[in-house]
Ligand binder design. Structure first.
Ligand code: PMP
Length: 424
């Protein structure tokens, strides 16, 4: 929550004058900085340079399969073994697929619309209305998928432990049109939240009016720690099975922010019935995944320990950037009462909360000064943040010096817009 400090009129005038002067200086510097998307920086991609010269003349997987040929729809078993623990899915229930987990989420939605899910009475497309719960703030591309397929979105407030489960339980129990929920359970995009054990237990056991309700468990940041204390979350797939709802969860993940973004491997994990359902549907669209890429990922990462060691190297590059963001926000805004922000223990984003009604204006002023941010509202369904208060900061891509300039500039915009609002 933003706490407004009560200022005397004279003090406010002085602070506003200073902010206006700082903004004029900022705009005069002709910056061209981009904090929009959570892309890995070139140095992070360089960590996986060796991947691109693999498989280096070896084309057989562990069981002797020639990876250059068709087949193997489930993906290489040895790669699934490496990721089973991180994604909390037994390797036998994990698919290693194409290059994008978002693509898998897209396909799961399309298949659920057009073919009957395990436990469903009919295809989703035959129902009058379909709705998904959308914890907010959340990931804009999840929301874009819902819009694309005419799925209504119902915002649910996030807490530091995951979505507000009182709200979730009520909505799923009363409305059979609610067919799913988007979850980024660890180091969430954008607020860095990690789902508590209680949240996971309630998601697994809650009563849903829809028999074919699905949790889209997008564990995009499962191994993307930023501290010495890696966060562990409870195993939702196992909890669902124990609660008698084995088919409730679709788990997604990918190596996009581990090896090469867009040239990695994506994963899908679920109950045996759901895995068979997706495999059957996938068999219509592809004869098999890119096993050459999968083999080189096996050779490059080697095992779960190799994956962990690689993520330590990623962290060494990312952590200083997140520390710089925290340091500058604290120094420039800490005493103003104009903003609060998250201190994520992993993932790719910091969420900055400014006074209600200010986020769009801060983003606009920043753009005018040459600092491009994710559009305000992108973190909410239909691009509409009703309080106009949330700004997503993506610190990964710029170099440290550029990032520091951009965040310092952003704080000037927050002071300008915040004090202008108070002076009105
Ligand atoms: N899910 C989340 C939560 C993300 O933040 C991202 C990337 N920004 C993706 C999925 C995209 O993953 P992929 O590259 O595997 O499609």
């Amino acid at each position: 929550m933003t706490t407004e400090l009560s200022l005397s009129p004279d003090a406010l005038t002085g602070l506003l004058e200073q902010a206006r002067q700082d903004y004029r200086d900022l705009a005069g510097r002709g910056l061209a900085l981009d904090l929009t998307r959570g892309k890995p920086a070139p140095e992070q991609l360089d960590l996986s340079e060796d991947l691109l010269s693999l498989p280096g003349g070896r084309y057989n997987s562990a069981d002797g399969t020639d990876v250059r040929n068709y087949g193997g729809l489930q993906g290489l078993p040895e790669l699934r073994e490496i990721f089973a623990e991180a994604l909390q899915v037994p390797a036998a229930q994990l698919l290693a697929a194409g290059n994008s987990s978002l693509g898998l989420m897209h396909d799961c939605l399309v298949h659920a619309l057009l073919s009957v899910l395990p436990g469903a009475e009919s295809r989703w497309v035959e129902q009058e209305r379909i709705a998904f719960l959308c914890p907010v703030p959340g990931y804009d591309r999840h929301f874009a998928l819902c819009e694309r397929f005419g799925i209504d979105m119902i915002p649910v407030p996030m807490t530091p432990e995951g979505p507000d489960m009182d709200v979730v339980e009520r909505l799923v129990a009363e409305d059979p049109a609610v067919k799913g929920i988007w979850c980024v359970p660890k180091y969430s995009n954008p607020d860095g939240a990690c789902y508590s054990d209680a949240t996971v237990a309630r998601l697994a056991s809650m009563t849903t009016a829809a028999p074919d309700f699905r949790i889209f468990w997008d564990n995009a940041y499962a191994v993307h720690h930023l501290t010495d204390e890696p966060v562990g979350i409870a195993d939702l797939l196992a909890a669902c099975a124990e609660a008698g709802n084995p088919d409730r969860t679709f788990v997604f993940g990918s190596t996009s922010k581990i090896t090469a973004a867009g040239a990695g491997v994506a994963f899908f994990g679920s109950s045996p019935a759901n895995v068979q359902w997706l495999l059957g549907n996938n068999a219509m669209r592809s004869i098999g995944p890119d096993k050459v890429n999968q083999l080189r990922h096996v050779m490059f990462l080697r095992d779960a320990e190799g994956l962990q060691a690689h993520m330590e190297r990623q962290r060494a590059l990312l952590q200083p950037k997140f520390e710089a963001v925290a340091r500058i926000l604290d120094a420039e805004l800490g005493a103003t009462g104009l903003a609060t922000w998250t201190s994520p223990k992993g993932g790719y984003f910091v969420t900055l909360q400014v006074p209600d009604g200010c986020a769009k204006e801060v983003v606009r002023r920043a753009a005018e000064a040459g600092i491009v941010l994710t559009p305000a509202g992108a973190t909410h369904p239909y691009g509409d943040d009703p309080r106009d208060a949330v700004i997503r900061i993506a610190p990964s891509y710029p170099g440290l010096a550029e990032l520091e300039q951009a965040i310092a500039g952003l704080t000037v915009c927050v002071r300008l817009v915040g004090y202008e609002q108070q002076a009105r």
